[in-house]
Ligand binder design. Structure first.
Ligand code: FAD
Ligand code: 5PR
Length: 370
C-alpha cells in the first residue's frame, strides 16, 4: 500500500455499512465498502429515526443534509377501528421520518465526501477472523478491521460460522411509498404518524408515516396466514373495505408490485470474531415495532468505529470484544421488546412509548467519545 493509513474492509452498503465506513474514514482510516448489488440503492420504503441515530448523523456532519428532505410529525397517533387511543409526542425527544432512499443518499454523499471507496457489483463471499475477506471474483483482501454489514443473510457471518437463533413472527408487512394526497384524504391530522389497527372482521393494520411534503410511507400489516392480506400487489378491495377513509392512498399503493416480508429476529451468541465485527441486521435483525433496526445498526456502527480507532492495531480484536460488551445490552433489550410487541400486537393499545420502551431511542452513542 502507498499510504500508511489503517485499512478497513466493509461488506454491505446498507445503513450499517455506510455509517461504519463514513465514521472510520472521518477518523483517519482508509476504507473500502463492497456492495453486491449493481447500484447503490436503498431497499424498502420509509423509515423513522430517533435520537440515537440522529446523534450519529450529527456527529458525522450529515444532519443538515438529512433534515432537508424529512420531517418531524407532530404526533405518533394510534387508532383502533379508526378511534384514536393515543397521541404521543415524546416530550421533545428528537425523532424524524423520511424515505429510506433519502437516508441512503445522505449516507452515500457522506461516505464519498469522507473518501470511502465504494465498489458495486462486489460480493463478499467469506471472511477470516485473522483479518481478510474473499470476494466473488476470488480476490483476497486483508485489513486490520473487517465489518460484516451485509444484512440478514450475511455471508461474513455464515462463512465464519457464528451461532444464531432465528425466529419468524406470524405477522408481516408490505411497505410502499405513495404520493401524500393530503387534499384527497379530506380534513384530518394527516401530518401525524397514524397507526391504524383493525381486529374485526380480521387482523389488518395500516401504519401511515408522512416522510416529507410529497412522499407517504405506508406499511400494510397482515398475518402471513391470510392469503388476501399478505398478497402483493395489495388486494385493493380487501384493504379499502377495511380502511375506507384511506382509499386515496390505497389506490396508488395497489399499482405498485411491492413485497410482503415476515418479521424476523436473529439472536447471535457473539457479534465479533477476531478482527471481524458484525453490525446491523447481520448481527441483530429485529421486529420493527419500536422502529430501531436501522437506529441500533447506525449506533453500533459508530461505536465500533470509535472502539477500533482508539485501539492499537494489535489490540483490535480485544477492542471489538469490549465494544460488544458495552453496546450489546441496549440492543438486546430493544430486540426483545420489539419481538414482544410484534408477538402480542399490543402496539394497538397505544401509549407504547414509555420511558422503558424509549431506552434505545434516548441513547446517545456519541456521548462517550466526546
Ligand atoms: P441492509 O439494509 O440489509 O443492508 C445490507 C447491504 O449489504 C445491502 O445493500 C445488500 O445488498 C448488501 N449485501 C448483502 N450481502 C452482501 C455480500 N455478500 N457482499 C456485499 N454486499 C452484500 N429500522 C429503523 O430504524 N426504523 C424503522 O422505521 C424501521 N422500519 C422497518 C420496517 C420493516 C418492515 C422492516 C423489516 C425493518 C425496519 N427497520 C427499521 C429495520 C431496518 O430496515 C434494518 O434494520 C436496517 O436496514 C439494517 O441495515 P443493514 O445495513 O444492517 O442491512
Ligand atoms: N414502526 C415503523 C415501521 O416501519 C413498522 C412498524 C413500526 C416505523 C413496520 O413497517 O410495527 O411493523 C411495525
Amino acid at each position: 500500500m502507498t499510504n500508511h493509513k489503517r485499512h478497513a474492509e466493509v461488506a454491505g452498503a446498507g445503513f450499517a455499512g455506510l455509517t461504519a465506513a463514513t465514521a472510520l474514514a472521518q477518523m483517519g482510516w482508509d476504507v473500502t465498502v463492497h456492495e453486491k448489488a449493481a447500484d447503490l440503492r436503498a431497499l424498502g420504503a420509509g423509515i423513522v429515526l430517533w435520537n440515537n441515530s440522529l446523534r450519529v448523523m450529527e456527529e458525522l456532519g450529515l444532519l443538515d443534509d438529512l433534515e432537508n428532505h424529512s420531517m418531524v410529525p407532530p404526533f405518533y397517533e394510534t387508532r383502533i377501528h379508526n378511534e384514536t387511543v393515543s397521541r404521543e409526542d415524546f416530550d421533545g425527544l428528537p425523532w424524524r421520518s423520511m424515505t429510506r432512499q433519502h437516508l441512503h443518499d445522505v449516507l452515500v454523499r457522506g461516505a464519498t465526501a469522507a473518501g470511502v471507496d465504494i465498489r458495486v457489483d462486489s460480493e463478499v463471499v467469506s471472511a477470516d477472523p485473522e483479518g481478510s475477506i474473499i470476494l466473488a471474483d476470488g480476490t483476497t483482501r486483508s485489513a486490520e478491521l473487517v465489518i460484516g454489514a451485509d444484512g440478514v443473510t450475511s455471508k461474513v457471518r455464515d462463512s465464519i460460522g457464528f451461532e444464531q437463533e432465528r425466529t419468524k413472527s406470524r405477522d408481516g408487512i408490505t411497505r410502499l411509498i405513495v404520493p401524500r394526497s393530503k387534499e384527497l384524504l379530506g380534513p384530518g391530522d394527516w401530518d401525524n404518524v397514524i397507526d391504524f389497527w383493525n381486529f374485526e372482521p380480521r387482523v389488518l393494520r395500516v401504519l401511515y408515516v408522512p416522510c416529507n411534503n410529497d412522499d407517504l410511507y405506508i406499511a400494510l400489516m397482515s398475518p402471513a396466514a391470510d392469503p388476501e392480506g399478505s398478497a402483493v400487489p395489495i388486494n385493493l378491495d380487501v384493504w379499502v373495505e377495511n380502511f375506507p377513509h384511506l382509499e386515496p392512498v390505497l389506490i396508488p399503493a395497489a399499482k405498485i408490485h411491492g413485497r410482503y416480508d415476515r418479521y424476523q429476529t436473529n439472536l447471535l451468541t457473539t457479534w465479533t470474531a477476531g478482527r471481524v465485527a458484525l453490525i446491523g441486521d447481520s448481527a441483530h435483525a429485529m421486529c420493527p415495532a419500536l422502529a430501531q433496526g436501522a437506529g441500533t445498526a447506525m449506533s453500533n456502527a459508530y461505536t465500533a468505529a470509535v472502539a477500533a480507532t482508539q485501539s492499537s492495531s494489535e489490540a483490535v480484536a480485544l477492542s471489538l470484544e469490549e465494544w460488544e460488551k458495552a453496546e450489546r445490552g441496549i440492543t438486546d433489550r430493544c430486540q426483545s421488546r420489539s419481538a414482544y410487541f410484534a408477538e402480542t400486537r399490543s402496539m394497538s393499545k397505544g401509549n407504547q412509548f414509555t420511558p422503558e420502551m424509549l431506552e434505545t431511542a434516548l441513547y446517545d452513542p456519541t456521548a462517550k467519545s466526546r
